[in-house]
Unconditional design. Sequence first.
Length: 482
Amino acid sequence: MRPIFLLLLAACAPKPAPVAPPPPPEPEYVPATPTPLQTRLFVPPTVSWGQIGSDTRVAVVENHEVPLVSLSIEFPVRATASPKDKAGLAEATMDMLNEGAGSRDSAQISAELRRLGASLGSSAGFDGASVSISCLRDTLEPTLDLLTDVLTKPTFPTKEWDLRRSLWLDDIKDSRNTPNRIAERVMTHLLWGPSYRGMEATEASLAKITIKDMKAWHKANLSLTGALVLVGGDITLAEVAPFLESRLGKWTVKAAKAEPRPTAPVAPAKTTVYLVDKPGSPQSVVRASAYMGLPTDPDYAAFTIGNMAMGGQFASRINMNLRESKGYTYGARTSVSYDLAGASWGFSSGIHSEKTALALTELFKELREVEADRPLTDKEVADARGALLGGWPLRFESPDYLLGQVDVMRTYGLPDDWVSGYMTRFGAVTAADAQKAWSARIDPDRLTFVVVGDAAVIRPEIEKLGLVVVAVDVDGNAIGGK
């Protein structure tokens, strides 16, 4: 009986779970670059056009997602509309507009802006001047009242100018001490001398600017004639036009005489390195620049794509060489931009001091090899093209970008399809197009370099490269015999 009982007990006992087979080995990870998505059709927002006064155009881009409105008045007067011995007068005048207007002083203007939940700014640059506001839709009219006072009834308080001038002088001192700003300052001097972008304020010119000068400049140069009003946000043209007409439609001031467009600097006969000594500096700030052609040139889009492939993005040839391969820098970039003088190309990087000459060697290697046995490839150009086109629509998330482009088209005389034809122009660029445009514009033997660093460490090695080296001070003036 006992054996039978044990047999039955054994039969009822739970059976052991089967042993699971080992999991299959995971497939080996092979890194691969994702295939770019096909570019989707993008149509920019619509611009509505109107007019106030006799000839002032108004551009409106609507966006009713949030109850905000931005508005700017772009004037065709430039910072160079100042006497040469009073460089900075245009910037000073525009900067002082909101420091006192009508019956309000600067503190009252600031308090009113806070009450309205608004902001107001004014400035002058080398290609134009502007006054702008940003506010809630519900406070647009009182904000426009304040803007009108600032534009038409500025008081230019002496105490505010004394403060502004003091801050400006401190900024000039900083521009002569900070390596990046020294490089920018010296490059501007080398390219322009005392004209156009080189017409910058100095201690001497600021000391000569008076309140009387500002009032005279304001009266002579600010006018709605030739100006452009840009409006974006939660408002329509039909709504904003009467607000503007009632406040500014009768603001009649004789327009200032238009200044001639500047002429682009001529490239040097031979690549030259202008060296600013910064003893003990752990790194060298390196800049290169050259003007070449116009943004309206048929190959401008191709040149821009070529630049993206060469140095305009992280995965570009120059950055991957100097940063990723050699470790000489945290980043090296090239850029393409334009102003009233035309299109320009630039290089910028901060390089470990002892590696400066080696980095220049690699840079010139890249600039020469693309002309010889390493032309731009289909993949490089496709990646560059995708980077530009893929991110471009995101810029239109705010109306301000499109309005800015409207102003850019007017300021630089760009064609009507500058924005609407962007995707088509850049999307059609091939590797052959980019290579041809790059080769036609970039000559490594005719570039202007500025290097700010420890001359005792970097100059001997740079001279070994066969480059002309000229010692200059922080204002770009050659140091005799060096």
